[in-house]
Design a binder for this molecule. Structure first.
Ligand code: SF4
Length: 356
């Protein structure tokens, strides 16, 4: 599988908890020049056969109609014969029916919406600029145009009760998305980490709730109806190949005897000046290091990893310890996190890294 990620680093304003690279002080000239640089970079990949494309951000839906069409036209010049999934990220306040039609006409197959909550007070606390009514309008048009869509939600928010999260999830499930990504505010972000010690995560309740509503958990933070798992993101967790286009975008390529990683600088101006400028080039030649990376990333998936990796790394003793602690389980030839283990993923990863 080969994925293509395109980063659109523009947001109308910055949310309080955001850890992504984006800017909110931009004008039409900056966007125009940035898209031109993207087009330039994409032009070297016209012979590549991508399996998945993901346009993320930032907020890709801030692009106006012409900008959106220009970006999608540049993508259509690629070889899309093998394309299986084409995702576009949108925020409820910046997408409308015209944009949805443009996306549909240009082959986008999946929309990921940054809903986060269906409570206006919670949205305000998070620093989001949309309101609940924008979510309903957006989903109304996505359904009208038969779009497969994901919704992002945030839980474990300081001062927000589980009842409010439960209400959001109940209303969201009634809207029938095919995929739900649920991120812990306090555990997945560094912001307000002082709350971490006092808070009990609601992750397990959420997993059980979504399971009852027909969404199976296939990755730590991701839930889907059968057949609607995100192929693009699975490529990341399985350490497959992907190319990142745009400022701050990362790429990874597995070659015969090594793994290569590199990224674009997280600077819009530099990217506009040179869309072939790369930073942080890393070449991993040590087979053990590659296997260890495959192991710690693979454990994010509920299908886990092959037992064989533990054997090759000669760390069956570490596996026994983590099984005894109740964090991992071994089902025939696969090893995966237990329910308890999903709450301690950081510990498990750190333990494997520092003792291998
Ligand atoms: S919309 Fe998304 S990318 Fe933009 S600031 Fe908010 S969380 Fe960050």
């Amino acid at each position: 599988m080969l994925g293509l990620y395109i980063h659109i680093p523009f947001c109308k304003s910055k949310c309080k908890y955001c850890g992504f690279f984006s800017i909110s002080n931009f004008d039409t000239d900056i966007v125009k020049n940035y898209l031109h640089a993207i087009e330039k970079e994409l032009s070297v990949y016209t012979d590549y056969l991508f399996d998945t494309i993901y346009i993320g951000g930032g907020t890709p839906s801030v692009l106006d109609y012409d900008e959106l069409e220009n970006l999608l036209k540049a993508i259509q010049k690629l070889n899309l014969k093998k394309l299986k999934e084409f995702t576009f990220e949108a925020n409820p306040e910046s997408i409308d029916e015209t944009k949805i039609k443009i996306l549909k006409d240009c082959g986008v197959s999946r929309i990921s919406i940054g809903v986060q909550s269906l409570d206006n007070n919670v949205l305000q606390f998070l620093g989001r600029i949309h309101q609940v009514k924008d979510v309903y309008t957006c989903i109304y048009f996505l359904k009208k145009h038969n779009f497969n869509f994901n919704v992002d939600v945030i839980f474990d928010i300081p001062t927000v009760s589980y009842k409010k999260i439960y209400n959001t999830l109940t209303k969201l499930c009634d809207l029938n998305p095919n995929h739900i990504s649920a991120y812990s505010y306090s555990y997945d972000t560094a912001f307000l980490s002082e709350y971490k010690g006092d808070m009990k995560s609601h992750l397990i309740e959420i997993v059980d709730f979504l399971k009852d509503r027909g969404y199976h958990r296939y990755e730590i933070s991701n839930f889907a109806k059968k057949g609607y798992e995100s192929l693009h993101n699975i490529t990341y967790w399985k350490m497959g190949d992907f190319i990142g286009v745009g400022a701050a975008a990362h790429s990874m390529k597995n070659l015969k005897n090594c793994r290569v990683r590199y990224s674009h600088p997280a600077e819009v101006k530099r990217y506009i000046e040179n869309s072939f400028c790369f930073d942080n080039i890393e070449i991993i030649r040590d087979e053990k290091e590659i296997l260890l990376e495959n192991l710690v990333f693979g454990l994010r998936l509920t299908s886990g990893v092959e037992l064989e990796i533990f054997k090759k790394l000669d760390i069956l003793d570490l596996l026994s310890y983590l099984i005894k602690k109740g964090y991992l389980e071994n089902n025939e030839d696969r090893v995966c996190l237990t329910k308890k283990g999903t709450l301690f993923l950081d510990y498990v990863q750190e333990y494997l890294y520092s003792n291998s």
